[in-house]
Every structure is written in C-alpha cells, then in structure tokens.
Ligand binder design. Structure first.
Ligand code: NI
Length: 177
C-alpha cells in the first residue's frame, strides 16, 4: 500500500480513454485499490479514478462520511466501482461546484445530471446497480468522466464560475474529487 502521486491537468495521461479492467479478486486489483484508497485518504478526497494515479483502467472509488470538517457535505457510500456505466434518469441538469485532485486549489461550476442510475462491479466482481441524486450523482459522474479523459473544466459552461478555492470560498474546507 502506498500513497501515489496524483497526475495534474496538463498530463496527457489524464486525457486517455481508460481500458476495461479484469482480474476481479486478483492481487493486482487489490493492490491498486489499496493504493487508491491510501491516496484518496491522504488528500482528503471524495473520490479518485485510477487514471489519476497513472493506471489506465476503468476503476474508480468514492465515498463521503459525515465529518465535522465538511459540515455541508452529503454522505456518499464508500464504493469501489469497476467498468461503470451511467444512465440519466431524466433531463434535469444542475450546475454546482466541483473540485478535483488533479486541479488542486481550484473549483468550477459544472453541469451534471441530477438523477442517474449507475452500474458496475465491486472488487470481487459483484454487480452494483444503484440510483443516485444530487451530490452522490455528481461525484459518480465526475469520477466516471476521468475514465473517458474528461476533466471538469472541459464541461464548464460559464468560465467566470471557475477559480481558486481560497478566493471563491474563503476559509472553507472543501473536498476534491
Ligand atoms: Ni477529479
């Protein structure tokens, strides 16, 4: 287990389409997920995608627990999601603020589907099939975008809603994805 360096925007590896993962239950997958968890926890992230640590596989993790440091954060179940797919449940799009571990210190207002169904597999290959709304749905969409080489600034509609967290939200501790 190790904390791995997180690639930052500008690194071409973040723009690749990641490949389907295999080897459910394998030592390689277990080690990758351990590194991803260590890295996400060390950086207080809400989510992390394997390409962010230079592993070009369709593997993401996310989760937010109630924490006094982030009083406004909604809870999101701790999840390993492999080879995910997302379906919007309606046409409603919401703009809200996001940060990303690959753009430290920045935040932008990003349009996302409000309600989604997402499917994929856990590390043992068991099917995950959930519906999600709001922040939970936003985190899943953000992480899965990383698997298609999409970083959140590429989706911002109003570029004036993009800037440094310290200027936009002075004194607030906010989590990145
Ligand atoms: Ni991100």
């Amino acid at each position: 287990m190790a904390i791995r360096p997180v690639l930052r925007m500008g690194d071409a590896r973040l723009l690749q389409r990641a490949e389907l993962a295999s080897g459910f239950g394998s030592e390689e997958l277990r080690a990758l997920l351990a590194d991803m968890r260590d890295t996400m926890q060390a950086l207080n992230g809400a989510g992390l995608a394997a390409p962010q640590i230079g592993v070009n596989l369709r593997v993401v993790i996310f989760g937010v627990q109630k924490n006094s440091r982030y009083p406004d954060a909604e809870e999101v179940p701790e999840t390993v999601l492999i080879n995910p797919s997302i379906t919007a449940l309606d046409e409603i799009i919401e703009d809200d603020w996001e940060g990303c571990l690959s753009l430290p210190g920045l935040r932008g207002q990003v349009p996302r589907f409000q309600s989604i169904r997402y499917q994929g597999y856990d590390e043992q290959g068991a099917l995950i099939d959930r519906t999600a709304n709001g922040f939970h749905a936003r985190v899943v969409q953000h992480e899965c975008d990383h698997l298609d080489g999409i970083l959140y600034p590429m989706r911002i509609r109003d570029i004036t809603k993009f800037g440094y967290t310290e200027e936009l939200f002075p004194g607030q501790a906010l989590q990145d994805e």
